[in-house]
Structure formats: C-alpha cells, structure tokens
Design a protein around this ligand. Structure first.
Ligand SMILES: C[S@@+](CC[C@H](N)C(=O)[O-])C[C@H]1O[C@@H](n2cnc3c(N)ncnc32)[C@H](O)[C@@H]1O
Length: 277
C-alpha cells in the first residue's frame, strides 16, 4: 500500500516541476503515511494537499468534471490542474504583475492550484462559454469569472490583460476560426502581453480518424468530430506551420514546444511591444 502511494506520489511529482508543489506533495505523503490512510492513494494525496494548503476547496460535481475532460475521475481532474497551473507559473511567475485571463476556465481546474499565490488571487480572471461551470465557480465565491460567447468578442476592453492562457480551448475550435481568435486574443492583450495557448498537433493526429489524419497530412489542419453528448469533445488538430500562419502579423511566436503541455503543443505568443494604442 505505502509502496503504491510512493509510486503515485512520484508520478504526481513528475507532473509538477515547481519545487514548492513538490515539497507540498511530499508533506501530504508523509501525513498520509502517518495516518496509515487507506482508499485510493492518489486521491488521498490530492485531498490531503487541498485540505492543508488550498482551503479544502471542493471538486466540482462529476458532470462538470466531464465537461473538461475525457473522464470524470477526481485524480484526472486534479492532476491535469497541477500540470496546467505549473505551466502558468512557469510562463507568468508567481506574481504576474497585472490581470491575466484564463480563457476557457471551465470549473477552475487550473485556478484551484493557483490560489495558493496571493498575487494570482488578485490578478486571476476567467471566462468560459460553459454557463454551468461559471455558475459553479461563482457559488464557490470566485466572482472574477464571466460567461463568454462562442465567437469573438470577449467581454473585455482592448489591452485589458498583461497575459492570458488557454489550455485545451483551441483544441476544440475549428481550425478555420483560429486566426479570428488570435485577433481577439491580441486585442485584449496589452502591448508586450503574453498568450500561452495549447493546440492539438501531430500526436493527436496519430490517433484521429483516418479522414482527419488525411486532412491533417494534406493541409496541416483537421476537425475530428466525435459522437458525443459532452461539451467540446470534438478535436481540432493543427500543424505548427498552420499556427505560425494563423498568428502571422498579430502575435510573435516566443516559444513553440511540441507536446509541451501533456500531449498538446504549447505556444507562447506575444503582442509586439512597440505598438502604441
Ligand atoms: C478541455 S476544456 C479545458 C478547460 C480548462 N482550460 C482546463 O484546462 O481545465 C475546454 C474548455 O474550453 C471551453 N471553451 C470552448 N470554446 C470556448 C470559447 N470560444 N471561449 C471560451 N471558452 C471556450 C469549454 O467550455 C471548456 O470549458
């Protein structure tokens, strides 16, 4: 049992490169060992961590967890949030220094883990087309979240944010609409502001339907429609060249990492600094 817990802790640790979180995971593990707690080990570790360091924030109901993932599993929900929040802190630091938008925030999978930083509590803003998820976040006292439309514009003034991030949002928006979204993301960023977004790329194409794979190989873009009942389960797949073209003249590519966020490609984009408004 304890051996299994150690392995699971190691896996969680591998997801979280931030030293602070590693220390917290180790502490949670020691606590569980001391209590000889049984139950699903990884779930226990996450619960102990959240109880001790994250105000005991509740997980959203299973239905909402399913809106943002392929499964409604608690560990899946929490560990994805550890990965995304870790990427956010790497991109923007523990204090982003101004307002940052979580575009497609869902039910706060990333926010949960960012809340340990005072500056993020101050600067965090989220929006999502999913009114149910936004209502749940509000019911937990998060009031800086809004319902947005499925097409631009977002409900923010020009140059509102010093940064924004969108985990697995463009992955569900058809490729032909990506440029329109990059225009909108640029509009709400301040000059010099950074956008961190993820896309589905070659890895996803490898497990797509044959029609989608053929379209990706031929033109660098595909929209793989799945029979589903959940939110946003269709998959938009784009090559790196496609995205470079989609952002051309709008945002500079600061960094591109194939499978830089789990199996998704990660893009760090910047609105040019020298522009005057
Ligand atoms: C796979 S989930 C990821 C949620 C969240 N970013 C996370 O990592 O936990 C995709 C999210 O994008 C939202 N979404 C899809 N299209 C959107 C749009 N045009 N504007 C805002 N949110 C959108 C969905 O409602 C869903 O919450």
């Amino acid at each position: 049992m304890l051996g299994t817990m150690r392995t699971l802790a190691k896996n969680l640790r591998a997801l979280a490169s931030g030293n602070d979180l590693v220390a917290q995971l180790e502490e949670a593990l020691r606590e569980l060992e001391a209590q000889r707690q049984s139950g699903t080990a990884a779930e226990g570790i996450c619960r102990a961590l959240i109880e001790r360091h994250y105000d005991g924030w509740p997980a959203p109901p299973a239905e909402l967890r399913l809106h943002v993932g392929a499964s409604d599993g608690l560990v899946n929900f929490w560990s994805k949030g550890i990965s995304s929040s870790d990427a956010v802190v790497r991109a923007f630091g523990v204090d982003p220094g101004g307002p940052v938008l979580d575009w497609g925030c869902g039910s706060g999978r990333t926010l949960l883990w960012l809340r340990r930083y005072d500056a993020w509590r101050t600067h965090y803003t989220g929006c999502d087309v999913d009114a149910q998820a936004v209502a749940w976040l509000r019911s937990q006292g998060v009031d800086q979240v809004a319902v947005c439309g499925d097409s631009p514009p977002l409900p923010y003034d020009e140059a509102t944010f010093v940064g924004l991030f969108g985990f697995s949002v463009l992955t569900h928006i058809p490729p032909e609409r990506h440029r329109q979204w990059y225009e909108e993301l640029r509009r709400i960023l301040r000059p010099g502001g950074v956008a961190y977004v993820t896309t589905h790329g070659a890895w996803e194409a490898g497990k797509a339907t044959e029609a989608a794979r053929r379209s990706f190989e031929a033109g660098g873009a595909a929209y793989d429609v799945h029979p589903h009942t959940n939110h946003y389960k269709d998959s938009s797949i784009v090559s790196a060249d496609f995205t470079r073209e989609a952002v051309r003249g709008l945002l500079d590519v600061v960094d591109y990492a194939e499978q830089g966020y789990l199996n998704q490609d990660a893009w760090t984009l910047r609105r040019a600094q020298e522009e005057t408004l």
